[in-house]
Write a protein that binds this ligand. Structure first.
Ligand code: HEM
Ligand code: HEM
Length: 175
């Protein structure tokens, strides 16, 4: 059966899948760049990956807004959560997917520096430095970013375990 655009109770539709897997790829880039920044300092790999961290992060910010709106629109027809923990886990993923880049953008604004995203000028820079904004980002962006990384690892492990240990066919809902 052809894949529907909207979600249904047995599987996620075209748009939800495109957003899930497209963003998953971008998150691989995003976390690799953070790992490279910490463990591969001053290498060419860091230069390549970290060089696009802010720009890829902005793209993820835009996509998660679309994804959240889509999730709300499809809330009543989506496959039901397999457990309360799965539901809470997905809500936590959304929370961090929104908060982590949002805090980075607030810090960027507060730094008074310009921000270009793939040639598009998002912030022109030159403004006053706003202390609380830069402090907030310094305190939380990296920490919550790593928390999101841990949650994603847990999510992938649970998805694979569910496939192996139970007869819930959750992988076919999304894959
Ligand atoms: C969902 C998107 C994002 C994720 C998952 C993410 C993740 C991370 C992580 C894990 C770190 C810590 C690296 C370390 O420990 O050294 C980090 C640092 C950083 N990120 Fe992001 N980031 C995202 C979006 C953004 C955006 C949109 C910007 C800029 C507009 C940005 C700018 C930075 C900067 C400047 C640092 C270095 C300073 C710090 O550790 O806070 N990030 N990011
Ligand atoms: C290899 C990587 C991944 C696998 C195998 C995977 C697998 C799955 C599966 C099977 C579902 C459906 C679960 C259900 O309906 O109960 C799902 C949903 C979900 N996944 Fe993943 N996932 C991966 C990566 C990611 C990443 C990187 C994120 C976010 C950073 C993510 C966030 C979500 C969210 C929020 C849902 C709920 C449905 C939605 O709103 O899209 N996943 N995933």
């Amino acid at each position: 059966m052809a894949l529907a655009v909207m979600d249904s109770s047995s599987r996620y539709g075209l748009v939800s899948r495109a957003l899930h897997w497209g963003m998953a790829l971008l998150f691989v880039w995003q976390f690799s760049s953070a790992v490279a920044r910490v463990w591969l300092e001053d290498t060419a790999i860091e230069g390549f990956l970290w060089g696009a961290h802010s720009q890829v992060g902005v793209v993820l910010m835009a996509l998660v807004v679309i994804r959240a709106v889509w999730a709300v629109m499809n809330a009543s027809r989506r496959p039901p959560a397999v457990s309360v923990m799965a539901k809470l886990g997905h809500v936590a993923l959304y929370g961090l997917m929104i908060v982590v880049p949002a805090i980075a953008l607030i810090r960027q604004y507060g730094s008074g520096r310009a921000l270009d995203v793939f040639g598009l000028s998002l912030m022109s820079g030159g403004g006053e430095r706003i202390e609380w904004m830069t402090n907030l980002g310094g305190l939380l962006h990296g920490e919550l970013g790593w928390a999101l990384f841990a949650l994603v690892v847990g999510h992938v492990v649970m998805a694979v375990l569910h496939r192996k240990l139970t007869n819930h066919s959750i992988m076919t809902r999304m894959a």
